[in-house]
Design a protein around this ligand. Structure first.
Ligand SMILES: [Zn+2]
Ligand SMILES: [Zn+2]
Length: 370
């Protein structure tokens, strides 16, 4: 291959604080890539647009929950790509030229597997995540199993393809795991892209939505949420969500939000242990808490309070093919407006894209890969 193909590669394990001085991207670098030979069931694709996920940032910062990722690794699991070549074996209807997004999580597909036998590869104990278990979408070419490919629905643009995976994670959490209903008052904790998407998807289901962030989020992510018409709540250890709800929060029409400091549903997207501990005090009896975030350490919960208020606390992990289909429909119908949630970067600026994402000075970085 004469073309020089590049990829953004994770190689280091140094623990880096996101707001430290100096390069926050020193565990990563742009490298020249070799393209491996295609094995049975694999395809070669040209990546088009790849999004930076919070988990990519966590891996780049050397966080302990990503220690298991082998280095060097070309990361990236949220992307659109075009099929260049089909390797040996059966590829179903997939053709050269098709534009697709991959299922981030590939299950073992064993008939005996409790998750794979019901098509929930996201819950397979031996699932493999593209961009972590094998090289992913931050390479200008990618080799992957054709079983992962979800061809984009007619009418979707390749740049929207990069947002299907994160949106599918939110679809799984909100529509499969929460009893969300029109008229509900919903708080989303955390205003990263999963939080912002959760706010949109909850509103699309008819809920009234407030979203929290910290002072650092004021000028970018909370500002975006406000522009989109959501109630925004800036929280700090001195001015918690619980305290602010107790004092009374009003929506943009001046109407009271929540009832006596309690809401119907809380969606935890911050990954901050104290925030998860606090959730049980802001949800009404028999209300729902849905946890999409993961945590760097164990979290304390007042389990007696959980019992006495009969709360439903559920975790939600990733997504499967059915959720990708719903996510695409939300984009096609405009129920989720991708154009409000994308900051584009050229591949030559990929290190900057990661720096901005780690420092939370953008909403969602999507890199044009070629
Ligand atoms: Zn992700
Ligand atoms: Zn399995």
């Amino acid at each position: 291959m004469s073309e020089k193909i590049k990829g953004f590669c994770l190689h280091g394990r140094e623990k880096i604080m996101p707001n430290s001085d100096g390069l926050v991207t020193r565990n990563t670098s742009v490298v020249e890539m070799d393209i491996p030979r295609l094995k049975e069931g694999e395809i070669l694709a040209k990546t088009l647009f790849t999004g930076i996920c919070g988990s990519d940032n966590s891996a780049a910062l050397g966080k302990a929950n990503f220690d298991w990722v082998e280095r060097p690794r070309v990361i990236g699991h949220e992307f659109s790509a075009q099929v260049l070549e089909l390797g040996p074996g059966d590829h179903g209807d997939l053709k050269v030229g098709d534009i697709f997004t991959p299922l981030a999580m590939l299950g073992c597909q064993d008939e005996e597997c409790p998750a794979c036998s019901v098509s929930k590869w996201n819950l397979c104990p031996s699932k493999e995540i593209i961009g972590f278990h094998r090289n992913g979408g931050f390479g200008q070419r990618v080799v992957l199993e054709s079983d992962r490919a979800v061809v984009l629905m007619d009418g979707l643009r390749p740049e929207q393809g990069a947002l299907i995976e994160p949106l599918s994670v939110v679809v799984n959490a909100l529509y499969n795991k929460c009893a969300i209903k029109p008229g509900d008052d919903v708080v989303v904790t955390g205003c990263g892209i999963i939080g912002l998407m959760s706010a949109e998807v909850a509103r699309a289901a008819g809920a009234r939505v407030a979203i929290t962030g910290i002072a650092h989020d004021r000028d970018t992510r909370l500002k975006k949420a406000r522009e989109r018409g959501f109630i925004t709540i800036e929280v700090s250890p001195e001015n918690t969500l619980t305290a602010q709800l107790q004092e009374g929060i009003t929506d943009l029409n001046g109407l009271a939000f929540g009832k006596k400091g309690k809401v119907d549903l809380l969606i935890e997207c911050s990954g901050v242990p104290q925030v998860l501990s606090e959730t049980i005090s802001v949800v009404r009896p028999e209300g729902d808490i849905c946890v999409i975030a993961t945590y760097g350490k164990e979290v304390e919960i007042n389990a007696t309070h959980l019992t006495r208020t009969s709360l439903n606390m559920r975790g939600s992990m990733g997504s499967c093919r059915a959720d990708y289909m719903v996510a695409q429909k939300l984009m096609l119908t405009g129920a989720f407006p991708t154009e409000h949630y994308t900051d584009f970067y050229d591949f030559k600026d990929i290190t900057q894209a990661f720096e901005d994402s780690i420092k939370a000075t953008n909403v969602k970085a999507v890199v044009k890969m070629n």
